[in-house]
Design a protein around this ligand. Structure first.
Ligand SMILES: Cc1cc2nc3c(=O)[nH]c(=O)nc-3n(C[C@H](O)[C@H](O)[C@H](O)COP(=O)(O)O)c2cc1C
Length: 159
């Protein structure tokens, strides 16, 4: 049975996620980043996470070659940052504050959490790659997450 892409998107879109901005650097050390909701934790010991990256995105080769990346988990008030990093072009870094930790991957300020990783494996899978990273450092703060569900941003509803 062949699966209609729209049906596929609508169905997997029922799985609610958080939103991250995944960052790294290119071969010249230039900051690279994109919005991604494909983030998942994989292993506790050692601590490993994964993210899936579309072969079609401009940032693709930087993530494939850098050997390191960071996952910045967005808070409920960071919709604008998510939209910025979901649009190609250098403007995405305008006014964005970041620092670096042990490596070169940009750590975005004021996020709910930041996770710095060393790239472990890159698996080819359809039109994406699955990139796993071993966690080298992390930080978090209190606050609500920015959520994504059925193709739209969502907020936690307290009961
Ligand atoms: C909510 C949301 C989640 C996304 N998740 C991913 C993802 O997991 N992987 C991916 O490759 N692109 C994802 N994208 C699309 C990229 O953010 C988008 O293609 C971006 O413009 C890529 O930047 P670049 O072309 O500068 O590399 C997502 C976009 C949105 C709005």
């Amino acid at each position: 049975m062949s699966i209609n892409p729209k049906d596929f998107r609508n169905t997997v879109g029922l799985f609610a996620t958080g939103i991250t901005v995944i960052t790294t650097v290119d071969e010249n050390g230039k900051a690279i980043g994109l919005t991604a909701n494909s983030f998942t934790s994989v292993s506790l010991n050692p601590p490993i996470i994964l993210v899936c990256i579309d072969r079609a995105v401009t940032s693709f080769s930087a993530f494939q070659t850098a050997g390191e990346f960071a996952v910045n988990i967005l808070g409920s008030e960071q919709t604008e940052l998510s939209n910025k990093f979901a649009t190609s072009g250098d403007e995405k870094w305008l006014g964005v504050e970041f620092e670096t930790w042990t490596g070169r991957a940009p750590i975005l300020l004021n996020c709910l959490a930041n996770i710095e990783c060393q790239t472990r494996e890159i698996h080819e899978s359809g039109d994406h790659i699955i990139i796993t990273g071993e966690v080298k450092s992390l930080a978090s703060k209190d606050g609500n997450p920015l959520l994504y569900w059925r193709g739209q941003y969502a907020q936690l509803k307290s009961t």
